[in-house]
Design a protein around this ligand. Structure first.
Ligand SMILES: NCc1[nH]cc(CCC(=O)O)c1CC(=O)O
Length: 318
C-alpha cells in the first residue's frame, strides 16, 4: 500500500459503550491493515442530548445515528460504528450497512439492586419497580409477570446503573452484550430466557455504516464481516422493517442457524402484554430478508396489524 493512501476516519458516539465498540473496530481494522491509518472522530447525537423524554415517544428514527450519517454524507468521516439495534432499518439515501460483525450474547439481563441479590425475576416481590425504556421488554415482562410494576429509565448504561444502585428501581433490564463490552458482566444477575423475552432486532451485533458504493471502505470492512450474524440480522431487520411504523413498537426476535437453514422467531405484543403473537419460519440463509418479510406478513395476517395500529394511536394520543 502506498504511503500516500488516505487515513480512514471512523465516526462514533461519545458514550462509553459506543467508544468501546468503536475502538474495538479500530483495533481489528488496524490488525488486518497494518499499513493504513485509522482515526476515531467522536460526536454527540440527539439521543445523547434528549434525556428527559421516554424513548417510545420520540418518533424520530435514527436518534443515535443522524449526526454520524450527516458526517459521512459530508465526507468528514468514512464509516460509523453502531450497536446494530440502534441503526434504523431504513437508511438515508447515499448510505448503506457495509458490515455486520460477529454477534455476542443477544439476550436481555436482569440487574438488581443490592437488596434483591437473592431474588430472580420469578421471585421479586409484588410491586417491585422494574426500570426499562423498551416497549418490547415492557410488554413481554408484563405478560409473564403482571404483579411487577414498570418505570421508564433513560440515559446511558452507567447512568441507569447509578439510578438502580441509588434505589430508584428494584431492578432494571439491560442487554447482556452492553454489560459484557463494558466489562461489567458481573452486573448480569440473571440472563433472561428467550421463553420469557425475545431480544431486539440486531441486539448484540455491531453494524458498520458507510457511503453506498464506497468500494475502498467496503473492501476493508470485509475483514470484520461475520456471515452467520449478517444472515440472522438481515432476516431480523427485514421482519422489523415490514412491521414498524413511525415509532418504537414491542417487537422481539430470536434466530439461529443450522447448516444452511435459518430459523427466525418473531413476536409482536400489545403494550399491556395481554396480546402476544409469535410465529417461526425457516429457510435457506440466502433468503434471509425474504424470510423476515414473509414472517411479518404472516403475523400481520393473524392480527399483528390491529395490535400495531392500536399502539400507534395510543402513543400519538398520550
Ligand atoms: N439502546 C441502547 C443500547 N444500544 C445497544 C445496547 C447494548 C448493546 C447491544 O444490544 O448490542 C444498549 C443498551 C441496552 O439495551 O442495555
Amino acid at each position: 500500500m502506498s504511503v500516500s493512501s488516505r487515513s480512514i476516519r471512523i465516526g462514533s458516539r461519545k458514550s462509553q459503550l459506543a467508544l468501546v465498540q468503536t475502538y474495538w473496530v479500530q483495533a481489528e481494522l488496524q490488525g488486518h491493515y497494518q499499513d493504513r491509518q485509522f482515526d476515531v472522530e467522536t460526536m454527540s447525537t440527539q439521543g445523547d442530548k434528549i434525556l428527559d423524554v421516554p424513548l417510545a415517544k420520540i418518533g424520530d428514527k435514527g436518534l443515535f445515528t443522524k449526526e454520524l450519517e450527516v458526517a459521512m454524507l459530508e465526507n468528514q468521516v468514512d464509516l460509523a460504528v453502531h450497536s446494530l439495534k440502534d441503526l434504523p432499518t431504513k437508511l438515508p439515501d447515499g448510505l448503506m450497512l457495509g458490515c455486520v460483525t460477529k454477534r455476542v450474547n443477544p439476550a436481555d439481563a436482569l440487574v438488581v439492586n443490592e437488596k434483591h441479590r437473592d431474588k430472580q425475576l420469578e421471585t421479586l416481590p409484588e410491586g417491585s419497580v422494574i426500570g426499562t425504556s423498551s416497549l418490547r421488554r415492557l410488554a413481554q415482562l408484563r405478560h409473564h409477570f403482571p404483579h411487577l410494576s414498570f418505570k421508564d429509565v433513560r440515559g446511558n448504561v452507567n447512568t441507569r446503573l447509578a439510578k438502580l444502585d441509588a434505589g430508584e428501581y428494584d431492578a432494571i433490564i439491560l442487554a447482556v452484550a452492553g454489560l459484557e463490552r463494558l466489562d461489567m458482566a458481573d452486573r448480569v444477575h440473571q440472563v433472561i430466557s428467550s421463553d420469557i423475552s425475545l431480544h431486539a432486532v440486531g441486539q448484540g451485533a455491531l453494524g458498520i455504516e458507510c457511503r453506498t458504493g464506497d468500494q475502498e471502505i467496503l473492501n476493508l470492512l470485509k475483514a470484520l464481516e461475520h456471515k452467520p450474524t449478517r444472515d440472522r440480522c438481515y432476516a431480523e431487520r427485514a421482519f422489523l422493517r415490514e412491521l414498524e411504523g413511525g415509532c418504537q413498537v414491542p417487537i422481539g426476535v430470536n434466530t439461529h442457524i443450522e447448516g444452511n437453514m435459518l430459523n427466525l422467531t418473531g413476536m409482536v405484543a400489545s403494550l399491556d402484554g395481554q396480546q402476544m403473537l409469535k410465529n417461526t419460519i425457516s429457510g435457506p440463509c440466502e433468503e434471509a430478508e425474504q424470510l423476515g418479510r414473509e414472517l411479518a406478513m404472516q403475523l400481520r395476517n393473524s392480527g399483528a396489524g390491529a395490535i400495531l395500529a392500536e399502539i400507534f394511536a395510543q402513543i400519538g394520543r398520550e
